[in-house]
Design a protein around this ligand. Sequence first.
Ligand SMILES: [Zn+2]
Length: 63
Amino acid sequence: MSSSTTAPIATPQRVSATRSLLLQLTSGAALGLVVLYGVAFAESPIAHNAAHDVRHVTVKPCH
Ligand SMILES: [Zn+2]
């Protein structure tokens, strides 16, 4: 009689896929922060004002 479980088994493929997904999510978050702070402290007033306008359009708290 074989026992079957419904719990996921941590196969090497699943561990690798999970690490890949976490790497992608972390990379995406890091890129987002770089873009966000890069634009927020941009010397270019056009980029800064565009980001500011997006902030108002999306009803985020501002000044
Ligand atoms: Zn504002």
